[in-house]
Design a protein around this ligand. Structure first.
Ligand code: M6R
Length: 614
């Protein structure tokens, strides 16, 4: 959940570390710090709060000689977000410093043991305990590498750790277990980081470290060893085609807005190379899945927005794909001993490919002998590497903590998968519904691009009117139920306004008691088979003096008249395409409310982009 970076090379290390931390800030931003070597001694500078606080401190430090160092941006797991808990942390003798992402589960046991030996701790973190353990092991090990490995073999839990010590000037050590860590190999220099953008301006040559591996990095020289016995491990260097342009704001006020506006391009990229033919003969090709048997049942497992995408797609996978599909939240699935049969498949959905619970669900499914499909955005992420087959969503880097374009890409790919499985069905499959949907998807990028600018204006008007609300309902049925959950999630995570997403039909079973003029409702009343039912549910809210914004669609050029306070009219579209039009409306509404309220849109409080701890 934290961002880590290490550097060894020929350039001044500290500015590089800070620059890398800026690109990793989405992973955590409650405190930060760097360690580097100066005149044979470790220097550690850290600060609570945003990275700018660290930069101010560094401005008064002379660090120009250091060409190796480590840096960290934190999202608190153990201990308050204060300076003493910020990384790097030192060993008892102060001779080595580490940064860490993850949780050492048995830290208390190790801490008690070290306390009994006279160690004193300056922070509340599990990381400091690990630093002390490495220092302790150093006293009984022939070298630093051995001490690092011995300490890590005792640590249970998840970690990506980078170590620096003046004992071996210019050298950094790194190791990983269940937390992301990769190396960037440049000319005469090498980086190690939690994510590729950290070093992207300097190199696109990447080595993915696996669980249980330890790396020794010294400028252009790097070696990887097995943590178990320190035997050498052969690694390949991969070329990553991303550029920094793809990770910059493109003139938008926030990454979130840029990412919402990118959705027409995202749909185009998702469809590219995957649709063949045209008109009535339009078909899907998903070569990734060809060698994979059609599962007798699909279990979708995911968290947050990715879960909502799965919920949205279930109906299509069943009705068009013909595959019985069920759905689980990853943190529940992994602990409930699910019944999985070998002819079934689990599909894990994750933008980052690093979400700890989703990764654990994937491993559980594999343990139970079930094949796993990974629907992932980040190439080379843990889920992408461990799944039996990966379907990449190709949304490009998503920087804003609130997920937007990733959901659009996940929905596109699930719709394609539904059509693909439909095509592979051996029973009497009527392709007409599938072909209509594919044609609607093919037309979607242009349709989306046309509506987004006016949609943003309408969202801003509504935001102004409703931003003072303390609570919100989001209602929808069928696929709009998933969108209602997503709309509520976006509003609460960005603006901290309490919001509940509900299946409209469930309102009468309790939640309707909450309705009053201070508790507005955003109702998804799109032009689908369930519209008459939603219309009745809206009347029930109105009858209790509830304020309603209804997201509706034109039909034959006319919008329905629902008698609500605000109608937000979307153009006529195929029901599947309509979801893709409603999604950015919900995202933009939340964005505009949060921006109007002056919230930190790209980095909402208490959240991290990639949740790599359970
Ligand atoms: O990277 P993942 O798709 O696995 O992430 C899952 C959730 O953590 C993520 O969607 C989260 O809910 C976002 N904050 C939603 O905007």
């Amino acid at each position: 959940m934290c961002g880590i970076i290490g550097y060894s090379g020929h350039r001044p290390a500290v500015p590089l570390l800070v620059e890398g931390l800026h690109r990793l800030e989405y992973r955590g931003y409650d405190s930060s710090g760097v360690a580097f070597e100066q005149a044979g001694k470790l220097q550690v500078v850290k600060a609570a709060g945003k990275l700018s606080a660290l930069e101010s401190k560094l401005a008064s430090n002379a660090f120009h000689l250091a060409t190796a160092g480590i840096g960290h941006t934190r999202w608190a797991t153990h201990g308050l977000p204060v300076e003493r808990n910020a990384h790097p942390h030192l060993s008892q003798d102060g001779k080595l410093a580490i940064i860490h992402n993850g949780i050492i589960e048995n830290f208390q046991e190790i801490k008690d043991e070290l306390l009994a030996k006279g160690h004193t701790f300056l922070s509340d973190t599990d990381t400091e305990v690990l630093a002390h353990l490495i220092g302790e092991e150093r006293e009984h090990s022939p070298n630093l590498r051995e001490a690092f490995a011995r300490a890590l073999r005792r640590a249970h839990g998840a970690y990506a750790v980078v170590l620096l010590s003046p004992e071996e000037p210019g050298i950094i050590y790194a190791a990983r277990m269940a937390a992301p860590l990769l190396m960037g190999v440049g000319v005469g220099e090498c980086f190690v980081a939690s994510d590729i953008p950290a070093f992207l301006p300097y190199t696109r040559e990447v080595v993915f470290l696996e669980d249980g591996e330890l790396a020794r990095i010294e400028g252009s020289k790097w070696e990887v060893f097995s943590l178990a016995d320190l035997s050498p491990v052969e690694k390949t260097v991969n070329h990553v085609p991303w550029d920094m342009q793809a990770a910059a704001k493109d003139g938008y006020k926030h990454f979130m807005l840029k990412e919402i506006m990118e959705q027409p391009r995202v749909v185009t990229d998702c469809l590219s190379g995957r649709l063949v033919g045209q008109g009535d003969s339009l078909r899907v090709q998903l070569g990734e899945l060809d060698a994979f048997p059609v599962p007798s049942r699909l279990h979708i497992v995911a968290c947050g927005t990715s879960y909502n995408a799965g919920l949205w797609g279930r109906e299509l996978l069943e009705n068009i794909g013909g595959i019985p599909t069920d759905l689980d939240i990853a943190s529940e699935f992994r602990y409930r001993d699910p019944i999985l049969r070998p002819d079934e498949a689990v599909m894990v959905i994750s933008q980052s490919g690093e979400t700890a619970d989703t990764l654990a669900a994937l491993r559980l499914a594999k343990e139970k002998g079930c094949k796993v499909i990974g629907l992932c955005n980040v190439v080379g992420s843990s889920i992408a590497r461990e799944a039996d087959v990966v379907v990449y969503t190709q949304a490009g880097p998503e920087i804003s903590v609130a997920s937007t374009k990733a959901m659009c890409s996940q929905m596109t790919l699930i719709a394609l998968m539904a059509a693909y499985y439909g095509q592979r069905r051996t029973d009497a499959f009527d392709p007409s519904a599938s072909v209509k949907m594919l044609n609607a998807l093919a037309a979607l990028p242009a349709q989306l691009a046309a509506v987004l600018p006016t949609m943003q204006e309408r969202a801003a008007q509504l935001a102004l009117r409703f931003a003072s609300s303390r609570s919100f309902f989001y209602l929808g049925r069928g696929q709009c139920h998933a969108l209602a959950l997503e709309g509520a999630l976006k509003l609460k995570e960005l603006s901290y306004i309490h919001a509940e997403g509900y299946a409209s039909g469930e309102m009468k079973h309790g939640p309707i008691a909450l309705i009053d003029p201070q508790f507005p409702t955003l109702a998804l009343a799109l032009d689908d088979a369930l519209f008459p039912k939603v219309k009745s549910n809206i009347q029930e809210v109105l009858a209790r003096q509830g304020r309603v914004i209804a997201l509706v669609q034109e039909k034959d050029g006319v919008a329905p008249e629902l008698g609500v306070e605000e109608q937000w009219v979307l153009p006529e579209a195929h029901p599947v395409a309509a979801s893709f039009l409603a999604l950015p409306a919900l995202q933009l509404f939340s964005y505009c409310v949060a921006d109007y309220l002056g919230k930190d849109v790209d980095q909402p409080r208490n959240l991290a982009k990639s949740v790599t701890v359970e």
